[in-house]
Every structure is written in structure tokens, then in C-alpha cells.
Design a protein around this ligand. Structure first.
Ligand code: AMP
Length: 270
């Protein structure tokens, strides 16, 4: 595994690479990241992983500062996984010189997380634009866990580059909670609650599928979840799988949730 920190070195190393698989991460690696890396290793000639906690996608300085980081452990894990390249740029390397076009979301895209985390996806798209511009991968691998992120990034990147953006299924704990770096901020009790909530939402999705016209199911479920688990729900809503509109049918929707569990913001979809 080649560990690279500077863009000039990356350019040299990648000069001859054509079929590169790219897994962008913010570190704090877990089995969700590992599954993306393994798929990339299987399907691409070579695999590059980046670790970059991108300041421009955080809404608050405190959230950026407290985001779990574990660089030494991550590097050890990636060595074991035998990836080809690990890119760990500094903020200055990514944002130093080059100005790219300013990213603006359309009004119709300001839904779900985009509605509640102002500027978040603009930051995500901007950094992936910069990274793709440098790396020029054949395929970017992203997680279904962050479906809206995948949806917006694919839309942007596939229009601008030859790169394809592929999605991989969400990896869950044995208790059904979606793996997430933010789970490191939860204690064992709250991790268990996150699993129970995921279980309830799997059931809710089945119920909605059977009663697709019943608009009250979500309202009732929200009310029950808040009462039972003392959580703050930011959104709980169904969206069309293909275009994220509110027009859904039995077989083409996902249930999206964002909630705060003892001050930690978690997202998932079913
Ligand atoms: P992050 O480090 O949180 O920015 O995530 C890097 C990539 O891993 C993103 O494409 C995420 O969607 C993906 N990812 C995060 N958690 C999971 C999970 N539980 N299952 C599958 N992919 C995941």
C-alpha cells in the first residue's frame, strides 16, 4: 500500500492507472467502509481509498472537531486489506489553490438532509469534485446508508466526468443498527436503542408497503418512536427510489430517517 499525502505525488503515482476504483471516506473506518473496499478490490484493477475529514461539509465547528478520528488504526486496517493507494491530504492540499465552480443545489434538491444541514451537500459535492478531478477514477464506490449523498454525487460526477458512481448495500450491526463512524460517539445502551429503532423502521416500511395510501402511518410511528425512545426526529418520510420525489408506489420507495439520540445525529434508510 502506497501512502500519499501530496497531490503532486499522487499525480505521479497514478499517471499510468486506468481502471482505478475509488472509495472516499472520512476515516473512523468500520465494516461498512470495508465492504466498499472489498467490492472495489473485486471489481477494479486497483483501489484507492482517501481519508479526509472535509471541513466544508460540517454545519458546526464543534461537529467537525468532535467527529471521530482514528488515523493510526485506519492505516493498519487498510494495510491489512491490501489496498493499492491510500490518500490522506491536508485541508490545504484540497482547498489551497484551485477554485472550482461554486456548487449550488436546486430548490427541488433541498429535501431530507439538504433541508436540515444547510451547505452540507454543497461541501460533499465540492470535495468529491476536487478529488475526482485529481484521481480520475473509473468507479467511485459509495454506501446506500447515505443514499441522498450517493444520489446527488452520482448526478453531479457522472455529468462532469467519465467516472461511474456505484452504490453498495448498507452494512448493519447484528442488532440491525446501520454501521456509522458516528456510532463511536454512542454508548452501549444507545447503540442498542439505535438497533431497536432500525428494527421498528424495517417493520414500518413493510406496513407502508401494504397500506401505501395511508398517510397517517408515519405520523403515528413518529409519535411512538419519540415517546418510547426519547429521540428528536428531524424527518421520517418516504421518497421515490429513482428521483427522490414524494410520488411513491409500493415497489419503488425508500423510508428515510434522521434523528438525534442523546445529541448524536443518526441517519438511515430502509
Ligand atoms: P464516511 O466515512 O462516513 O464519509 O463514509 C464513506 C463511505 O462509506 C460513504 O460512501 C458511505 O455511504 C459509506 N458507508 C458508511 N457507512 C456505511 C454502512 N454502514 N454500509 C455501507 N456503506 C457505508
Amino acid at each position: 500500500m502506497k501512502l500519499i499525502r501530496k497531490i503532486v505525488d499522487l499525480n505521479k503515482a497514478l499517471a499510468q492507472e486506468k481502471g482505478l476504483g475509488f472509495v472516499p471516506t472520512m476515516g473512523g473506518l468500520h465494516k461498512g467502509h470495508v465492504s466498499l473496499i472489498n467490492i472495489s478490490k473485486k471489481r477494479c484493477k486497483k483501489t484507492l481509498v482517501s481519508i479526509f475529514v472535509n471541513p466544508s461539509q460540517f454545519n458546526s465547528k464543534k461537529d467537525y472537531k468532535t467527529y471521530p478520528r482514528n488515523l493510526n488504526k485506519d492505516i493498519k486496517l487498510l494495510k491489512k486489506l491490501k489496498i493499492d493507494y491510500l490518500f490522506i491530504p491536508s485541508v490545504d492540499q484540497i482547498y489551497g489553490k484551485k477554485k472550482l465552480n461554486k456548487i449550488l443545489l436546486k430548490k427541488s434538491q433541498k429535501i431530507l438532509c439538504a433541508k436540515f444541514r444547510k451547505g452540507h451537500f454543497e461541501g460533499v459535492i465540492d470535495v468529491l469534485d476536487r478529488l475526482t478531478n485529481i484521481i480520475r477514477p473509473k468507479i467511485i464506490w459509495m454506501g446506500e446508508k447515505d443514499y441522498q449523498q450517493f444520489f446527488l454525487v452520482r448526478n453531479f460526477i457522472e455529468k462532469k466526468y467519465k467516472t461511474k458512481v456505484n452504490v453498495c448495500k448498507t452494512i448493519r450491526d447484528s442488532n440491525k443498527a446501520a454501521l456509522s463512524t458516528r456510532n463511536f460517539l454512542l454508548n452501549a445502551h444507545n447503540l442498542k436503542i439505535a438497533g431497536t429503532i432500525a428494527g421498528e423502521l424495517f417493520k414500518l416500511k413493510k406496513l407502508i408497503k401494504k397500506n401505501i395510501k395511508d398517510k397517517n402511518l408515519i405520523k403515528k410511528a413518529s409519535h411512538n418512536l419519540i415517546k418510547k425512545f426519547n429521540i428528536k426526529i428531524e424527518y421520517l418520510e418516504c421518497r421515490n427510489l429513482i428521483n427522490l420525489s414524494k410520488k411513491i408506489k409500493k415497489h419503488n420507495f425508500k423510508l428515510f430517517v434522521a434523528y438525534y439520540l442523546s445529541g448524536i445525529r443518526l441517519i438511515d434508510n430502509f
